[in-house]
Design a protein around this ligand. Structure first.
Ligand code: SF4
Ligand code: SF4
Length: 607
């Protein structure tokens, strides 16, 4: 063993490698992304890693590998599990042979997601065991244990960290390479009674799953990471207890070190719930405070157990309104909950020196982002027309910000397309646009296009092709011609895909050529059926910036059109004058095409 200072996600990845993982697949999404990237970086040569086109594909690939006896890991964020839920729900009825861990990172807050959903519900819903780490060290150990439980019980298992476990850093004990477990997959053994799901098989296996989960509840009552921590002398006679899980356990322990320990139940396996341990914890207590993020899963389980065992214990938490029902817990919020619960004075927040004023950074598209040019071209072309702009998930959701204001709807990945189709059915006189990024196109838009073409929709699909998965950190995708293992592969051409699925009107254009782009949008808007414009220009983060532009103050008439129309953060006001911040400008030349008096010049095309 040795110590390393690691991010929680890196600890999870190295834990998987130490556990002898053979196959890893996933789809990027905060806060899960670094797990797969770290495995890809540190993997032994015989470990296969891929960014799949979406979570469903990743889940199915990991299942296939586990059928063949491999240890497999599939990674995603919580909303990705919605995409993968179809194979997930059936997979439990079939089971696995090799260990299979489904890593789903939840995002309380939410900080970078469209929902605050709690994967512990999915665990109960799909009947899969769930491990909920409270720290990077625990996550490192838990994923190794999760593989063992998965193999022993022939079931996929969840590892469900939340943001602060994923992204927090800590010095942790990790194994030396010589201590790694090596799994040699047996290979796929044909057995249609086992691997082909039929109603009869599901009925039989359902009974086995329920019995197994009952057994696991007992097993988990003795699992060392589910703990009953006794009260200290000060609270030995207290009838109050605390139950916690995940990062809230870590926060609670920090506070309880100061206040003195009350009886404390740590829940590391929210499903199957360690019922026997919980009964032992609850017996003799009058009141229990539950500390957890997202939904009141522990709270509900304890209420259920009190009812089942006729225990007269009052359970409080989110359901009772004693803790917040939404958002992240923090060290301070948990401390306040505990002090209030124990009847102690709430500690005064430590007065910290005022931080230096930070520059205001509203969430906007980057300076030089080609999406700005695409949105602006559509906006200019459709000015005065009845339109709807259906957005999607990616950097380009920021097209909703002023002054662009070009996202009227956004639901989930790939949804914009069929939302546009639905609006058009109700408002045939509206020109319906759907915007989708290149990575999202491959992840979940292709079936939507097929649906729209087959059902004779009337809409304009805009593919914002910036040749990367920008929002999650520039992961490769099928259109980039590279894999996460560094292989160069054939690029899948979006225009050819669109033609192949029946779109006949397609134009590909560089959105930074403003006049041509506006004409293209006008042309396409006049046509009928499903037509597509591919705005193709690389993300500024994957290309070398060009020389910055500047405003010629002698020519500038101060009309502010460049600021008002584009909202490029590189264009600023200095002493009442319009200027370009050379440190931010990427020389995209969009503003120089907007200025009515050609006052913006420079860049690579010097005057
Ligand atoms: S050229 Fe203009 S629009 Fe492009 S990054 Fe520079 S200031 Fe912004
Ligand atoms: S659009 Fe041109 S003239 Fe108007 S403020 Fe900007 S640089 Fe000056």
């Amino acid at each position: 063993m040795h110590k390393e200072f690691l991010m929680g996600n890196a600890a999870i990845a190295l834990g998987a490698v130490a556990a002898g993982v053979n196959v890893v697949a996933g789809y990027p999404g905060t806060p899960s992304t670094e797990v797969l990237e770290t495995v890809a970086k540190y993997r032994p040569d015989d470990v296969y890693v891929e960014w799949s086109v979406n979570e469903k594909a990743a889940m199915e690939l990991a299942a296939g590998a586990a059928y063949a006896g491999a240890r497999s890991l599939v990674t995603m964020k919580q909303v990705g599990l919605n995409v993968a839920s179809d194979p997930l729900m059936s997979l439990e009825y079939v089971g696995v042979k090799g260990g299979m861990v489904i890593l789903v990172a939840d995002d309380p807050g939410p900080i970078s997601s469209q929902t605050e959903q709690d994967t512990r519900h999915f665990s109960r819903f799909s009947k899969l065991p769930c491990f909920d780490p409270s720290s990077a060290q625990e996550a490192y150990e838990m994923i190794q244990e999760a593989f063992e439980y998965s193999e022993k019980y022939k079931t996929p298992v969840f590892l469900r960290p939340t943001t602060r476990v994923c992204h927090g850093y800590a010095t942790i004990d990790i194994k030396d390479k010589s201590e790694y477990y090596h799994n040699k997959p047996e290979g796929f053994i044909k057995d249609s009674k086992r691997w082909v799901i039929f109603p009869k098989l599901s009925f039989m296996n359902h009974q086995k799953i329920e019995a197994r989960n009952k057994e696991l509840s007992d097993v988990f009552s003795s699992y060392e990471k589910n703990k009953l921590i006794p009260a200290c002398d000060k609270y030995a006679d207290s009838k109050k207890g605390i139950a916690s899980g995940g990062i809230s356990y870590t926060y609670a322990m920090e506070t309880l070190k100061e206040t003195g320990m009350v009886r404390h139940l740590k829940v590391s396996t929210p499903h199957p719930f360690p019922e026997k341990l919980a009964v032992e914890f609850l017996t003799g207590l009058d009141e229990v405070l539950c500390l957890e993020e997202l939904d009141p899963v522990i709270e509900r389980e304890l209420i259920y157990i009190c009812g089942k065992y006729h225990l007269n214990t009052k359970i409080i938490g989110k359901l009772s309104g004693d803790t917040a029902c939404a958002g992240e817990n923090t060290r301070d919020s948990v401390s306040n909950y505990i002090h209030t619960f124990l009847g102690l004075d709430t500690p005064k927040a430590q007065k910290l020196p005022e931080p230096p004023a930070l520059p205001v950074r509203p969430p906007v598209l980057c300076a030089g982002c080609p999406h700005r040019a695409s949105f602006y071209a559509v906006k200019t072309a459709m000015k005065g027309k009845k339109t709807i702009f259906c957005g999607d998930i990616g950097c380009y959701t920021l097209g909703n910000a002023m002054p662009l204001d070009m996202v009227d709807t956004c639901l989930c990945m790939g949804a914009g397309l069929n939302i546009a189709q639905g609006v058009e059915k109700v408002e045939p006189d509206t020109t319906c646009f759907a915007f989708v990024g290149d990575s999202t196109f491959f992840a979940s838009a292709i079936t939507g296009v097929v649906n729209a073409v087959y059902n004779q929709a009337n809409m304009v699909l805009i593919v914002l092709d910036n040749s990367t998965t920008a929002m999650t950190g520039h992961q490769p995708h099928p259109g980039t011609g590279q894999t996460v293992m560094g292989e160069i592969v054939q690029k899948i051409n979006i225009e050819q895909v669109l033609r192949g699925i029946g779109v006949t009107e397609i134009e590909t254009i560089n959105p930074l050529e403003l006049e041509a782009s506006v004409s293209c949008v006008k042309r396409m808007a006049e046509k009928s059926g499903v037509r597509a414009i591919i705005f193709k220009a690389p993300c500024i983060a994957v290309t070398k910036p060009k020389a910055p532009l500047h405003v010629n103050q002698d020519s500038c008439i101060g009309c502010k059109k460049c600021i008002r129309d584009l909202g490029c953060p590189a264009i600023v006001m200095n002493d009442g004058k319009i200027c370009i911040d050379a440190s931010m400008c990427t020389g995209c030349h969009l503003c120089s095409q907007v200025c009515p008096v050609c006052a913006i010049a420079g860049g690579d095309d010097h005057e």
